[in-house]
Design a protein around this ligand. Structure first.
Ligand SMILES: Cc1cc2nc3c(=O)[nH]c(=O)nc-3n(C[C@H](O)[C@H](O)[C@H](O)COP(=O)(O)OP(=O)(O)OC[C@H]3O[C@@H](n4cnc5c(N)ncnc54)[C@H](O)[C@@H]3O)c2cc1C
Length: 422
């Protein structure tokens, strides 16, 4: 017989940054909340990423990306890796991606994305106040650096889009970049600096600290795998796990790239896929940098990490369960060494994690179509660390029937029914 645990007001499925932030936001409005996570908290993409909280507005798909796709797919050094065997399954997602990369869509998508990104950091402030997560949040901006001046077109679509959205950035020369970090001197001709961006020196500790704060305030944490839901009259009554069931007033699906499978159990679907990224944690890199830097020519990001440097990048289109290709993080290191030849890789730890990706680069935030007490909070793609707390705030506002801080229409789960009728 299934054990049914004492009920809570809300169960959050997923102990990544989105689930944990959402649990905290729901707790702050007086609810009893349980987070259910099957693995280590923050051990998936939420703990393995570039660590950047930016206020950027760029979706993944843009007219430039579509134009350069043929080159990206042929280039052996490309940051885009497509596992051809996966192409037939990925094709519908790719078509939507291409449609969402048209200039008119990018304009609308960047506006919606910026509505979240520009509020991302402020939404975290009350959650991190007085915690270790606050202590490891740094505020010195971040840099996109180019070795050759002509690699950056100041009149490019991307920069004009950022200007239209009001993203704060500065174009820097070598001297100004060297002021940010002496290690940058003499390596780059031009860079784009985002002064408002923050970063964390340890995204997994950041997520775990937030969970600790949730538990210290009376939140419940359960290590279990969610297998499904018991429903009646259009409502979720219980969340079923491999360790019994939990009665609940509401459920939030915040299971990152695994959310699609859970949503299907509630009779709905969204085109959520994965863009897999790779990283190398370098404990003894041999020099120091003071701000995170995106090495634009070699498509990777180097972030000062609590235990050395973290090098992260790539976008691999492959199935969620395909084995990782550990040649890719080694390639990341070789590429970064073209810019920083002194970079030491002794003792490097390699990893692959999955970005939960929608074809319009926008997260899914809203009620599940058939179950009004089931809420969806996933699909944050390349920017989920930054958008965790604002997502949680929006879920709380929807649950409480309050006006939302931003218009949630662009994030509604049913939006995909409209695009090209797919
Ligand atoms: C290489 C790389 C670099 C990145 N850089 C940045 C960056 O600099 N800035 C930024 O903002 N974003 C960045 N991102 C993106 C960001 O990491 C993700 O968008 C974000 O972590 C997604 O968080 P999440 O909570 O939705 O998902 P996840 O972190 O995947 O968490 C989902 C959790 O749900 C759990 N789960 C799944 N199914 C179940 C189940 N059935 N039962 C119980 N638990 C379940 C999983 O175990 C997991 O812990 C990067 C990502 C990568 C891969």
């Amino acid at each position: 017989m299934t054990t049914v645990r004492e009920g809570v007001d809300a169960v959050v499925v997923g102990g990544g940054i989105v689930g944990v932030s959402t649990a905290l936001q729901l707790q702050r409005t007086g609810r009893s909340v349980m987070v259910i996570e099957r693995g280590e908290v923050g051990d998936e993409a939420s703990g393995h990423n570039g660590g950047m909280f930016s206020d950027d507005c760029m979706p993944v798909g843009t007219p430039d990306v579509i134009r350069s796709l043929p080159h990206l797919l042929r280039d052996p050094e490309s940051p885009l890796v497509l596992r051809m065997r996966y192409l037939p399954r990925l094709a519908p997602w790719m078509i939507r991606f291409a449609l969402n990369s048209r200039p008119s869509r990018v304009e609308a998508i960047s506006t919606a994305l910026y509505s979240l990104m520009s509020r991302g950091l402020d939404a975290f402030r009350p959650l991190v106040a007085g915690t270790e997560a606050e202590a490891i949040l740094k505020n010195r901006g971040h840099l996109y650096a180019y070795r050759r001046r002509d690699a950056l077109d100041p009149d490019s679509f991307d920069l004009r889009l950022r200007q239209r959205r009001g993203v704060t950035y500065e174009i820097l020369d070598d001297t100004a970049m060297a002021r940010l970090s002496p290690a940058f001197a003499g390596r780059f001709e031009v860079g784009i600096y985002f002064p408002k961006a923050h970063w964390t020196a340890d995204p997994q500790a950041f997520t775990q600290t937030l969970l600790a704060s949730f538990v210290a305030n009376g939140g419940r944490f359960e290590r279990a795998e969610v297998r499904g839901f018991d429903t009646s009259d259009g409502r979720v009554l219980q969340v079923r796990t491999d360790n019994g069931a939990v009665a609940t007033g509401a459920v939030v699906i915040a299971a990152g790239p695994w959310s699609r499978g859970l949503l299907r159990r509630l009779g709905s679907d969204v085109p959520l896929d994965v863009e897999r990224g790779y990283g190398a944690d370098l404990p003894d890199p041999g020099f120091k940098i003071d701000v995170p830097i995106v090495l634009a020519d070699v498509h990777s990001a180097l972030t000062p990490h609590r235990t050395g440097f973290r090098l992260a990048g790539y976008d691999e289109l492959a199935s969620i369960a395909a084995p990782a290709d550990m040649r890719l993080p080694q390639r990341l290191i070789r590429s970064a060494q073209k810019v920083f030849p002194e970079l030491r890789a002794d003792g490097a730890a390699f990893w692959m994690r999955r970005r939960p990706a929608t074809p319009d680069s926008l997260p899914v935030i809203g009620r599940a179509p058939r179950f009004p007490n089931a809420y969806l909070a996933f699909g944050h793609g390349h920017k989920g660390l930054c958008m965790g707390a604002i997502t949680g705030k929006l879920v709380q506002q929807l649950m409480d029937g309050e006006p939302t801080t931003v218009d949630v229409a662009p994030f509604r789960p049913t939006r995909f029914h409209v695009v090209a009728g797919l």
